[in-house]
Design a protein around this ligand. Structure first.
Ligand SMILES: Nc1nc2c(c(=O)[nH]1)N[C@H]1C(S)=C(S)[C@@H](COP(=O)(O)O)O[C@H]1N2
Ligand SMILES: [Mo]
Length: 390
């Protein structure tokens, strides 16, 4: 019995596998990846700030916008990547030139770079999406892995673009051949596959899928889309006091405080206040968002004491960096460091009130930090001590 021939690249004659289609989808995916990479770099530097960089405190909502775009562009990349892979998968069946030659080696190397690109990108998007669900089911540290993969992707992408440059430039503009309408009924001389979806139909389908997943997730930072945000685990205005909770007091092992609770500041002249004494200090109001790295964000009205007022009260000079210490024991978020530009900003508060009432226990009662243009991970809850570091 004769075995059937294995498929070859020619076994997939649909015009949707054409380089022109790959170029168009590649452009869309390229834009999404570029936005995701750049906003991701900003997010990484906001959390792990290199010595040469000073993160500005304004615009106060900048991180909310960039992190919203980061998660959005990542999610939209998923259908774009799937479409791009579908368009080019017949290449998997192309035969390597044989016997080995220089050209065969080049082809093999190119395929290896694409393997790296596709697997790193698929893994990156997958763990990124699970992160928006606040789900970390792996043994490696998320932040470092996500960051390292980003550089692997960008490197492999540049190699891919360099190799494909001649093909991309040939198909960058629509040619007359591209414009030839695709027959909508079977033609004897053409295989049946050619009668399927048109290129325009494919582009519309992919654009539609991208828009749909975008709308299904953008509601985690844009309240108007909250009701249709089926991919968003948290809706911006659902939670105590109209604000989602990332980690409850119960999960953090923090209990309500009693009357002998004290708030302290260590510095040149140390301070110690009861809650009533904190309430008697000059109160200020800041309208600032919580913008979680996991993608959700929501604006809120905070009232409390300016951190810089507390610094002057304890005699700390301007420019002192600060450590903010939670009553939470252990865990990544139990302390955060506040660089001087944030400590001195008039919007930065030790907040006692949220949206018109005392902080809910889950939002950090009796006191929490709130500062402009910072990732949510640094908006420390259940604060009971400030330490002036120098
Ligand atoms: N002590 C402490 N502070 C914390 C956290 C925490 O787990 N423990 N979570 C942080 C994170 S990741 C975010 S996004 C914000 C969320 O604040 P919220 O729960 O009041 O909305 O709090 C931050 N402050
Ligand atoms: Mo967060």
């Amino acid at each position: 019995m004769k075995l059937p021939e294995p498929p070859s690249e020619q076994s997939f004659p649909s015009p949707l596998h054409h380089p022109r289609v790959a170029t168009v989808l590649g452009r869309w995916l390229g834009v999404a990846i570029a936005i995701c990479f750049l906003t991701g770099l900003l997010s990484h530097f906001a959390q792990v700030t290199p010595g040469w960089l000073t993160i500005p405190t304004r615009p106060a909502s900048l991180y909310r916008v960039t992190q919203g775009l980061h998660v959005l562009s990542g999610i939209v990349s998923v259908p774009l990547l799937l479409a791009k892979l579908w368009t080019v998968y017949p290449k998997l069946f192309a035969k390597l030139p044989w016997p080995p030659s220089k050209q065969a080696l080049a082809t093999a190397l190119e395929r290896a770079s694409i393997l790296v690109l596709v697997s790193a990108l698929a893994l990156e998007l997958f763990i990124g999406f699970l992160n928006t669900l606040q789900w970390y089911p792996w043994p490696f540290p998320f932040k470092e892995t996500h960051y390292a993969l980003a550089w692997i992707i960008i490197g492999a992408l540049l190699v891919h673009l360099a190799v494909k440059l001649p093909l991309i430039s040939t198909h960058w503009r629509r040619t007359s051949a591209d414009r030839t309408p695709i027959p909508q009924h079977p033609v004897d001389s053409l295989p049946p596959a050619i009668t399927g979806l048109s290129r325009r139909g494919l582009f519309r389908t992919v654009a539609g899928a991208g828009t749909l997943v975008g709308i299904a997730s953008i509601g985690q930072s844009v309240p108007a889309f909250g009701p249709v945000a089926v991919l968003a685990p948290r809706k911006p205005n659902i939670g105590p006091q109209g604000l989602p909770v990332n980690r409850t007091a119960k999960d953090a092992g923090v209990a309500a405080v009693n009357a002998d609770w004290r708030f302290t500041v260590t510095g040149p002249s140390p301070l110690s206040y009861s809650l009533d004494q904190l309430r008697a200090l000059p109160q200020n109001r800041s309208d600032l968002p919580i913008a979680c790295v996991e993608g959700w964000s929501q604006g809120a009205r905070w009232e409390g004491i300016r951190i810089r007022d507390l610094l002057r009260l304890c005699g700390a000079p301007e420019g002192s960096p600060l450590r903010v210490v939670s009553m939470e024991k252990g865990g990544f978020y139990a302390t955060s460091e506040l660089p001087p530009q944030f400590a001195e900003d008039p919007l930065t508060l030790l907040a006692l009130r949220l949206n018109g009432s005392d902080l809910d226990l889950d939002h950090g009662f009796p006191a929490r930090l709130i500062a402009p243009n910072r990732p949510g991970v640094f908006q420390t809850k259940w604060v009971h001590r400030l330490e002036v570091l120098r």
